[in-house]
Design a protein around this ligand. Structure first.
Ligand code: DC
Length: 229
């Protein structure tokens, strides 16, 4: 069967990574979480003192980019995990400190150009599902299948709120989570470098009213049509 490239972009908290992983497993394709790469660079920058009170020393960070080696490897239970210079950082890059600073790091043009080159090298042979914000527009503009995932801000905030509650965070209110989702949408869609936009040829998936199984089926059908078409 022909091996294609699949680009999955969209807003935060739409569940697109989960969906992308399921699709990659079903097709026997590689999966690349480009958000994890921006997060790993952010962790490196924090550790080396390149970010102070939210301000980034861009020159120091850009000079260090060649020393930042990011790889992925499967864990024993088959999950794809991120490594920074050989260290498994999968847990650390999901923490609050990285989450609070990653949007600013992802807005630095030199960081984006560096990571886009690496992502293009990872995707050039096809047989890959890549998820992020600029995959269909910048990283893999010739991907045979592009999907843009969205859901209403209220639905995404509710999902994130439920996740936080499940993790034991009882301090946060729904209104705070909704404000955070709306603010991240604003930053993602208005930044100067590669803002989040739907590629003209991307299929739109609004999953506000869909179950996980329904989304997975929708995506597999779209992939099979692209592979056979
Ligand atoms: O998908 P995520 O939450 O792990 O992404 C982390 C951050 O990186 C988020 O601020 C969006 C940004 N990002 C990006 O700008 N481009 C990508 N291809 C992937 C993520």
């Amino acid at each position: 069967m022909k091996k294609i490239s699949i680009a999955i972009d969209g807003y935060s908290s739409t569940g697109k990574s989960t969906m992308a992983k399921v699709l990659a497993r079903r097709l026997g394709y590689g999966y690349i979480d480009t958000g994890a790469m921006y997060r790993a660079v952010t962790l490196y920058a924090l550790r080396h003192g390149f970010i102070n009170a939210g301000a980034i020393d861009e020159n120091a960070l850009l000079s260090a980019l060649d020393d930042i080696n990011i790889t992925f490897a499967a864990s024993q239970d088959g999950h794809n995990e991120a490594y920074l210079n050989g260290e498994n950082v999968e847990g650390l890059i999901r923490g609050m400190e990285v989450s609070d600073n990653v949007s600013a790091v992802a807005a630095v043009g030199g960081v984006r150009r560096h990571l886009v080159k690496l992502q293009q090298a990872m995707g050039h042979e096809g047989g890959v599902v890549m998820d992020g914000r600029d995959i269909g527009t910048v990283v893999l503009p010739h991907a045979e299948l592009k999907v843009f995932v969205t859901a209403s801000a209220e639905v995404r905030a509710q999902r994130r709120f439920d996740e936080l509650r499940d993790k034991g965070d009882t301090d946060v209110t729904f209104e705070q989570v909704l404000a955070n989702v709306t603010e991240r949408d604003r930053i993602d869609t208005t930044r100067a470098e590669s803002p989040l936009v739907r590629a003209d040829d991307a299929l739109l998936l609004d999953n506000s009213e869909m179950t996980r199984d329904e989304q997975n089926e929708w995506l597999l059908n779209a992939a099979m049509r692209a592979i056979n078409g």
